[in-house]
Every structure is written in C-alpha cells, then in structure tokens.
Design a protein around this ligand. Structure first.
Ligand SMILES: [Cu+2]
Length: 162
C-alpha cells in the first residue's frame, strides 16, 4: 500500500522528457562586410545527458541558419549542410573555422565586432535554448575571450588583442 505522502512525492517528480542537458560555451560569430549575406557562427557544445542531436538553428539576424561542415574534396574545400549534428554523452563538439560551423545566411544586418545577438538552438531531445553570440573581428580564428587569452601566467605578456 502506498501511503499518501509517497504518492504526493511521486506526483512532484519533475518531467524529464525535455530536461536541459546540453551546455554551450563561447558562442561567437565573425564580423561581416557591410553588404555580406553570409557569416560564420561558432561554439562548443557539450552533452551532459543522453545522446542528442542539434536539429535546427535560428537567429533574428539571419533569414536562414544551417549547420555546415567543411570538407576537402579533390583538393577543394567545400561546405556541406549537416541536417542533424550528433551529440554524444560526455563529448564536446567544437564548431570552429575550418570545421563544423553554423552558416548564417540572408543576413539582415552587418555583424560588427563587439555586437551581440541571440541564437536559438533546437535539439531532438533536450529543451531548446537561446544563447547570446558575440561578434569578433573578421579575421578571428577563435573567440578573444577563450582560455588561451583569458588566463596568463605571472610574468607572461598578455597577447595583443586585435
Ligand atoms: Cu558554411
């Protein structure tokens, strides 16, 4: 027999179907030229729960946002759309120049260094999340606030910022 207090506890259990188990680190985008229609968006995704997939990306700054991967085919670098980016428990998926990235297309405005804008990530299982993206210089190869420039050892000269 289940006593009333236990029944109440069972009812109070959270619904776990759409728990947030993905973390997003250092979302950043490259600055774009004034009339550019496309830009690159980068971040690091970590899955702390069950296997999942990034299935859609959207931002008010772009008409279309797609996950791409950069591959070399016959000596030519090409970008191919990725319909669902696989996320494995405990593993990081790094979106970075030259590899996986989110392609922002049909840009609504120029992305200028220092700007921020929201981007919404939709997953197959985990709850959708909106993160704030920081715009870095056009030639940036990595976010300027990453671990390499964010921490300096005593006596080290900090790297010059662009
Ligand atoms: Cu691309």
């Amino acid at each position: 027999m289940i006593r009333p207090v236990f029944a109440a506890l069972l009812l109070a259990l959270p619904i776990s179907a759409h728990a947030q188990t993905i973390t997003v680190e250092t979302p950043w985008a490259r600055a774009t030229a004034p009339n550019a229609k496309a830009g690159g968006l980068f971040m690091t995704l970590t899955d702390t729960g069950a296997p999942d997939k990034l299935v859609a990306v959207a931002s008010p700054v772009a008409g279309v946002a797609e996950v791409h991967r950069t591959v070399e085919q016959n000596g030519v670098m090409k970008m191919l759309p990725v319909a669902a980016l696989e996320l494995e428990p405990g593993k990081q998926v790094v979106l970075a120049p030259g590899g996986y990235h989110v392609m922002l297309m049909d840009l609504k405005r120029q992305l200028k260094p220092g700007d921020t804008f929201p981007v919404t990530l939709t997953f197959a299982n985990s709850a959708p999340m909106t993160v704030t993206v920081k715009v870095e210089a056009a030639g940036a190869a990595a976010p300027s606030h990453d671990m390499h420039s964010g921490h300096t050892m005593p006596g080290m000269v900090p790297a010059a910022k662009p």
